[in-house]
Structure formats: structure tokens, C-alpha cells
Design a protein around this ligand. Structure first.
Ligand SMILES: [Zn+2]
Length: 888
């Protein structure tokens, strides 16, 4: 599944309730015959199922999962002996117990159930989706909502074959995991029945059904037919997704030893979808904005999002669908792998996008998430649906992917590919655990991957590797009988857990990792791997080096620290001796030191000054990536104009060089860079020239959306909103209603929280809660909390509207709401939001709340450590003017 990052980061489950909700293991399902008849007009469905199971021992009762299902007729038995069963529902545990008068013998048995259910509006289970014109019936089952569509053994290890039939209106069609193998009129007048081919053995959460008048375009790759589908109104926006899917499938067919394992691939977008996308076996489902784009006019980012999310979901066809985790505690194996893997087909197909740099940014982002004390370990216990839902967080996706990236770099890409394939072949159509994965990787690579991966996935946090010292020396070696003296460098490294919290960092923590550290001495192009497995160890490198960089290639999942002298030498050579990926990682390390007061924020900004000539989009993105935090939370209000001036001085030359509009034939990287620089310079530099320009662009875009580059338009809308009034707000609203593409819609809609007044914030909340905004888009309202001008007012609005917000978002977001407590950077709002969410007692939210508190505290501490340093830096005369003055 691809998350939509709704409210900062979700995190782990409550540590309290450990009451089992798992099914007893005495019944094993083999296959399901399922027939559904959805009634769109009445928002309900009727179902008929025959489950073929194997009883391990004789019994009078069978427990399976079921929620919001009405049982009509139930019997258990075989062809020659059937018994009617009574049903006892346990709503809290989402199970039903079917009981028969006399014991059923061990062996094969059939369970027949007729039932009805509700097509809900909560974006989970079997639910309604709608356009202005009509309704659709669609599904989203991961993690634990299959049970809302049909009674089932709804745990990932109970893989089975599904034979699905759908009875739909004469003019409608349906899409499911299998191919349509028959289409017969009836049973009733005006209906037809579509029978789908047997699915392979798979987990319940991967079943999918979609009913309506979907329109598809067709293609194929490597002999596999591929369709991309949407509501008919969006049919013209599918071509880029099809082209991408064809390229990605070809890439994966080459990467994996097993060719695409299913008969066809359908990719379907519909108007109401809670996540970003979902990897149902051979029937990937989607939020419209991530799939349906206007290929000719959409932004670079919109194109990249299509490829990136498709690459993620399609990677799941192998990692997740073909081989599935045994239980949800290993969901990171699915999500981490798909996240890590998704970069490969992009790098192969679109090298000019430099996705390898985004990989290092992903590692940096995860290290930052991992820097608070209450963060969970990658592998985490989860039993209840609420607990399981909180596992789909930045740790399962980003950290797990970053650890895999480090391991791949350490063993080498070919060896890693071989190990991953051996794992897939061994567990195809079955389930596996983390141990299965890392034991295989250890066997294939003959390196201690089991020890490395278990340390990084079972301990919370990430290491800080400190270069304690480097010493040049002479070593005597014998070549035959000849004695030779050769120069060497002894490199001493230490490790500790990094915390963005000075007290915690100083106090120390017991975690210790086996870390593959890639050492690169000055002058060398490539690094040499050593395995740092103790608190402190010394390693020997050939040659005498002035400095040694400790994360060559930037793919290690750890922070690095250096003494001031080494740092000075390295930053002087940043542009000449470091690769772009290393520079990205280097800046992340420096910021980590700023956070804990070991480096002054002025030194950090000086490093940026040395990198002024950077024009690679990812690099500039990382360089300017902290400006928002500095502008909104670190800088003293009185110094804000000085900081804005510093931003202008820093970025104006680049903006001038890039010009106002794309030039014919320029690269995607440059086009993307222009809109990024525009947004940063206008937002955090309050550049008057750009603020005026953005108003002109907004007018132009409103008149003719194709006349302004889409990303530039999106940024111009946000920037203009920063100082916008209610009449501009009204005009945005009009365009929200008439937007032609999802990108256009979100360009306007996404800018609404940027308006600076409390009154407009209230209108945005009211709008979000009205029927005009889909439930799936409610999370945009969180942007109001990120706006410093409206934050306090928005928080009051949020609290007073919470019952309505909760009702609209649905139960599945429950614990995620607590992540809203993340947005603040002061004691008062911290305490108030903590108290508020504690009183709400949302299932699974305990850890999420603690994470939020830690992050807010880290923000407060950063401000107290660096605010006066920043003041001093901003008052400092510009470099050059101070030459010969006070520098020591
Ligand atoms: Zn996923």
C-alpha cells in the first residue's frame, strides 16, 4: 500500500492491551467460492460463499472474522451431511463463531454462508465511491477489512484460492483479481453475471472488486496484458500510466528470476480512496490524483509520482503478493522492500531524474524520524486492527527501505538480487518472516546480514558513528623475503545511538549495531567497507590520508560525526571530492549536529554558502530544505526579516539564472528546480519581485491553466495565498469546483490552508467538513496547523470540530489523528494537544502521541540551542567585508 502522508508521521501501537485477536489455528481454508450482488442505489450488497476448509480435528464450532455482516443462512458439512449452524457474533473482536449440534469430523469440510452487508462511505471494506454522475462499488481491504465484505479467515497466513462472481447491472462491468471467464445474462432482468478466473493462492487482504462503468485503455508488456482504468470522464488521462506500467513490468521481469506471476495486470483509479494506492493481486487500485494526469501539461512532479507509485505497487506483486509476511509485525518486509525497489525501474527508465539522489534523501528523512527516544523498532508487535493500522508508518516504509539500501550497497547489487530471488523462489505462493529473508541473504552473500539486519530492525533508533581519530603510520610488510615499509592510516570509530535530544544523547543508550561502514580516505574515489560491531574499534586503511569520510556513497543508515578540524577540511572540498549523494548525506549529518548544539547553525549556513553553485534539483532541495523550519520556528520574530533577506541573497542569483518560465528543450531537473526555487524564495525570502510575479501567474493560470507550467502554478497559488484576502480565497474556491484534472483541483484546494487569516481558516475547516470535499481529502485541513499565521486558531477550530472530523474520516484513521500533535513548537500548544488527545483515548494512539511530544520537544530545544547563534550570524557582516578582522 502506498500511504498518503496525512498527518506528519504515524507511529506504533499502544504498549498496553496485549489481548489476542487471532483466530484459533484448528481450521485452514483452502478456497472460497464467492458471489456478490451489490445494490448501488441502496448502498448494500448480498453475498453467497462456500469456503472449503480443512479441519485439523473434530469440532462443533468454527471461528472466523466478520464485521458489519448480517448472516442469513449458515451450514457446515460436506455433500452428504450438512448441519445448520448458529452464529454468535463478537463485534469487539470482529469474529463470528459458527456452531453445529454434532461434531464435524477432521478433514475437508465446507462452510456455506449467505449474508448481506453495507456498502459504506468509510473507504474501507466494500464501499461506495461516487462522481457527480453516479455511484461505484469498490474495495480496500488491507489491513483487516476483508471481514467487512465477507466472513473469512482474515489473516495473511491463511492463503487461499478465490473464485469470485459478481452480479452487476446490464450496462456496468466489474474488475477483480482474475480475468473475466464468463459473462452471462441474469439471473434477474437487467443484470449480468461475471465469473472471474481462480486467483492464485493469496492472502485475504489482497482480494479486490470494483463495479461500475469503468473505462480502460489497454496495452501489454512481456506477454502480460495491462489495462489502466478510471471513470469514463478521466479516460483521457491514463496514457502516461500505461506507458509507465509497461516499462516497469519489463524491468521487474528482468530483475526477478520469477516472471510476473499473474495472468494480467489491471490498474484502476476511482474517486474515493483512503491511501495512495493498493497492491491487490493483479488489480492495483488508486487514488485518482496519483494515476490520472494530463501527460502534455502535467508537472514533472506529477509525472514522477505516477512512475514512483506504480513502481512501488508493482514491486509488491512479488514482494507482498507472491510472498507475503506471516503476520503484520513483518509488514516492513512488504513496504520497506517495495519502497526500496521502486527506485530501480525509475533509475533504469528515467536516468535524467536522478532518482538515486532521492534515495539518499529518503535515508536522511528516515534518520530524522528515527531520532526521537520513543520511536518504535522496524519490527514491532501488533495484534489488534488499531495496532496493525499504526504499523504503516515512516519506519515500515522509509527506514526499512534505507536499511535494505545499506545492505545492498554492502553485499553488492548482484549478490543482493540473487539473495532476494532465492528468497522469493523458496516462499512463492506462501508466507515468510524476516528471519527467512535475512538468513537467505546471509547465506547468499556469505556476510553477517542476519546480525546486521536484526540489529537495525529490532532495535529502535539509528547509530551515530563518530570518527574518533585517524593516525598515519608505517607498516612493515614482507614481499617474499623483502621487507617493505608502507604508509597506513589507523581509523578509530565509535558508535552510540543518536538522539535529537541533548540530555538523551549525553546520557547514552544501550543499543549497539553491526554497522557496515564505508570508509573513503581523501583522494580515493571509492570506499572500503569495515564492519563496526563494538562500541569502539580501530581499522587500518592503506596510505596516509588527511581525512577519512565515513559514509562513502551516502548509502549507510547512520549519522556521522567529525571533529571541527576534520569537518573544516572536508567542507572545503565538498564540491570537489564528494559525490552528489555524499553531499546530500553530509548536509543531513551537519543538521543533526546543529539539532543537538554540537555545531552552530551559522556554521551550517556557511556550508550552504560554499555550495552556492549547486544546480542539481535534489541538492538544492536538501540545501533549502531547512529554511521552513528556521523561518517558522528557530528565528526570533525580530530577526525574521534579516533571515528573509539572507534567503533572498542566497537564492536570488539562482532564480535570475533560471528565468521566469521553462525554455524549450530544458531538462526535467531544471524545470523542477525552477518551481522549487520560486516557492522557497517567495515563501521564506518574501521576495517582493516574486510575490508580485506569483499574482500575475495566478491570474494567467485562472484564465488558461495550460499557459502556466503546472508546478509553477501550484506554487504561485500557495505563495499568493500567503498574503491573500477573502476575495482571492473566493476565486480559488470557484476554481476548485471547475477544475478539469486532479492536478488542477489540488493546486487550488491545497493552497486554501495557506491563507493567513483565522476567518479564512474557519471557512477551510467548514468546507472540508461539507459534502463538497471528499472524505479522502479531509487530511488537507491539517495544512492549517502547519501555517504559523493560523496555527493557534486552527487548533481551536480543530478541537471544537473534532467529533465531525472523526466521523468524516472514519475509524481507520483513529490513532493517526494524534499525529496532529506533531505540528507545534511551543509548550502551551504541546501540552494542550497532548491533553486533548489523551482525553480522546483513540485506540492505538499512545505511542503516536508520545512520538509527537518528543518531536515538539526536539523543536523547542533546537530553538533554544540555536536562536541566539542565528541572531549573531545574521548580524555578521557578509564574508569578505570581515577579511582580516576578527577571524581566528
Ligand atoms: Zn506498499
Amino acid at each position: 500500500m502506498k500511504r498518503i502522508v496525512a498527518v506528519a508521521a504515524l507511529s506504533l501501537f499502544a504498549s498496553s492491551a496485549i489481548w489476542g485477536q487471532r483466530l484459533p489455528d484448528n481450521v485452514v481454508p483452502d478456497s472460497y467460492d464467492l458471489k456478490f450482488e451489490p445494490d448501488l442505489a441502496n448502498a448494500s450488497f448480498a453475498g453467497d460463499e462456500l469456503i472449503h476448509v480443512h479441519l485439523q480435528k473434530a469440532t462443533t464450532s468454527i471461528v472466523l472474522n466478520s464485521a458489519e455482516i448480517d448472516f442469513k443462512e449458515v451450514w457446515i458439512g460436506s455433500a452428504d451431511f450438512k448441519q445448520a449452524a448458529s452464529v454468535t457474533k463478537d463485534e469487539k473482536n470482529e469474529t463470528a463463531t459458527l456452531t453445529v449440534p454434532s461434531a464435524v469430523a477432521a478433514g475437508p469440510v465446507e462452510i456455506h454462508i449467505r449474508f448481506t452487508g453495507v456498502l459504506n462511505d468509510k473507504l474501507r471494506g466494500f464501499y461506495l465511491s461516487q462522481t457527480a454522475r453516479r455511484r461505484y462499488a469498490v474495495t480496500q481491504f488491507e489491513a483487516t477489512d476483508t471481514r467487512r465484505a465477507f466472513p473469512s479467515f482474515d489473516e495473511p497466513a491463511y492463503k487461499a484460492v478465490f473464485r469470485i462472481a459478481l452480479v452487476v447491472d446490464k450496462n456496468d462491468t466489474a474488475i477483480s483479481n482474475g480475468k473475466i471467464i464468463s459473462d452471462t445474462p441474469g439471473p434477474a432482468n437487467g443484470k449480468h453475471t461475471l465469473q472471474f478466473s481462480d486467483t492464485p493462492k493469496m492472502s485475504t487482504y489482497l482480494v479486490a472488486m470494483m463495479v461500475g462503468d469503468f473505462a480502460c485503455i489497454q496495452g501489454g508488456s512481456d506477454g502480460i496484458p495491462i489495462r489502466v482504468c478510471a471513470v469514463p470522464e478521466k479516460k483521457d488521462l491514463l496514457s502516461y500510466a500505461l506507458l509507465s506500467a509497461e516499462n516497469i513490468l519489463k524491468f521487474y521481469d528482468n530483475y526477478y528470476q520469477i516472471k510476473y506471476p499473474f495472468q494480467k495486470l489491471d490498474i484502476i483509479a476511482f474517486p474515493d480512496f483512503s491511501a495512495g494506492a493498493m497492491e491487490n493481486t493483479a488489480a492495483i487500485t488508486y487514488r485518482e490524483t496519483l494515476l490520472t494526469i494530463d501527460d502534455k501539461n502535467a508537472s514533472v512532479d506529477a509525472h514522477q509520482a505516477v512512475v514512483s507509485v506504480l513502481a512501488h505497487e508493482m514491486a509488491h506483486m512479488w514482494f507482498g503478493d507472491l510472498v507475503t509476511m506471516k503476520w503484520w509485525d513483518d509488514i516492513w518486509l512488504n513496504e520497506g522492500f517495495a519502497t526500496w525497489m521502486s527506485h530501480k525501474p525509475i533509475n533504469a527508465w528515467k536516468p535524467e531524474w536522478h532518482d538515486e539522489r532521492l534515495e539518499i534523501q529518503e535515508t536522511g528523512g528516515s534518520l530524522s524520524t528515527d531520532s526521537i527516544a520513543s520511536v518504535r523498532a522496524v519490527r514491532a508487535r501488533a495484534e489488534t486492527p488499531a495496532e496493525i493500522a499504526t504499523l504503516f508508518d515512516g519506519i515500515a516504509y522509509g527506514k526499512a527501505a534505507s536499511v535494505l539500501r545499506m545492505v545492498e550497497a554492502y553485499v553488492g547489487p548482484q549478490v543482493f538480487q540473487k539473495g532476494a530471488n532465492a528468497y522469493l523462489e523458496k516462499h512463492a505462493y506462501g508466507n515468510a518472516t524476516a528471519e527467512d529473508f535475512w538468513n537467505q541473504m546471509a547465506a547468499t552473500s556469505e556476510k553477517p546480514i542476519d546480525g546486521i539486519m536484526s540489529g537495525f530492525t529490532q532495535q529502535p533508533g539509528a547509530p551515530l558513528v563518530t570518527l574518533v581519530k585517524t593516525e598515519c603510520g608505517i607498516k612493515v610488510v614482507y614481499i617474499g623475503r623483502h621487507k617493505k615499509k608502507v604508509p597506513i592510516t589507523n581509523v578509530t570509530l565509535s558508535q552510540e545511538r543518536y538522539f535529537a535530544d541533548t540530555a538523551k544523547l549525553t546520557a547514552g543508550s544501550p543499543e549497539i549495531w553491526q554497522i557496515p561502514v564505508n570508509l573513503r580516505p581523501e583522494g580515493a574515489k571509492d570506499g572500503t567497507y569495515v564492519l563496526l560491531a563494538q562500541r569502539q574499534q580501530t581499522f587500518e586503511l592503506p596510505g596516509c590520508a588527511a581525512w577519512v569520510y565515513t559514509n562513502a556513497g551516502g548509502r549507510g543508515y547512520y549519522r556521522s560525526a567529525f571533529d571541527a578540524a576534520t569537518l573544516g577540511k572536508m567542507s572545503a572540498e565538498l564540491e570537489t571530492s564528494f559525490s552528489p549523494e555524499e553531499r546530500i548525506h553530509f548536509l543531513g549529518d551537519e543538521w543533526a549536529m546543529v539539532r543537538v548544539g554540537r555545531l552552530s547553525i551559522g556554521d551550517y549556513l556557511d556550508t550552504l554558502e560554499k555550495m552556492r553553485s549547486e544546480r542539481a534539483r535534489a541538492l538544492v532541495g536538501v540545501m533549502t530544505g531547512r529554511f521552513g523550519e528556521i523561518h517558522d520556528t528557530v528565528v526570533r520574530a525580530a530577526d525574521r526579516p534579516a533571515f528573509e533577506k539572507w534567503v533572498r541573497d542566497f537564492l536570488r542569483p539562482m532564480a535570475t539564472e533560471l528565468g521566469d518560465a521553462p525554455t524549450p528543450g530544458e531538462s526535467d531537473d531544471r524545470r523542477g528546480l525552477r518551481s522549487d526555487v520560486f516557492a522557497t524564495l517567495a515563501t521564506y525570502g518574501r521576495d517582493p519581485q516574486l510575490l508580485a510575479k506569483s499574482r500575475l501567474l495566478v491570474e494567467q493560470y485562472m484564465r488558461d491553466p495550460h499557459s502556466v507550467e503546472a508546478a509553477l502554478a501550484g506554487n504561485a497559488l500557495s505563495v499568493s495565498a500567503l498574503e491573500g484576502n477573502s476575495s482571492l480565497y473566493d476565486r480559488y474556491l470557484e476554481h476548485v469546483k471547475t477544475a478539469k484534472t486532479p492536478e488542477e483541483y489540488y493546486n487550488y484546494f491545497g493552497a486554501l490552508p495557506q491563507f493567513p487569516s483565522a476567518e479564512l481558516a474557519k471557512r477551510t475547516v467548514d468546507l472540508a467538513l461539507s459534502p463538497d470535499v471528499k472524505n479522502q481529502d479531509l487530511f488537507f485541513v491539517a495544512g492549517l496547523l502547519g501555517n504559523v499565521d493560523t496555527q493557534a486558531a486552527a487548533w481551536e477550530l480543530f478541537k471544537s470540530n473534532f467529533p465531525a472530523i472523526k466521523e468524516k474520516a472514519g475509524a481507520s484513521l483513529s490513532a493517526g489523528f494524534a499525529g496532529l500533535a506533531d505540528f507545534f513548537c511551543d509548550e502551551k500548544l504541546r501540552d494542550d494537544s497532548q491533553d486533548f488527545f489523551t482525553a480522546q483515548n483513540l485506540p492505538g494512539s499512545e505511542r503516536v502521541l508520545q512520538n509527537a511530544k518528543d518531536r515538539v520537544n526536539a523543536c523547542i530545544e533546537l530553538r533554544s540551542l540555536q536562536q541566539s547563534n542565528l541572531s549573531a550570524y545574521l548580524r555578521k557582516p557578509p564574508a569578505g567585508a570581515a577579511a582580516g578582522a576578527t577571524h581566528k
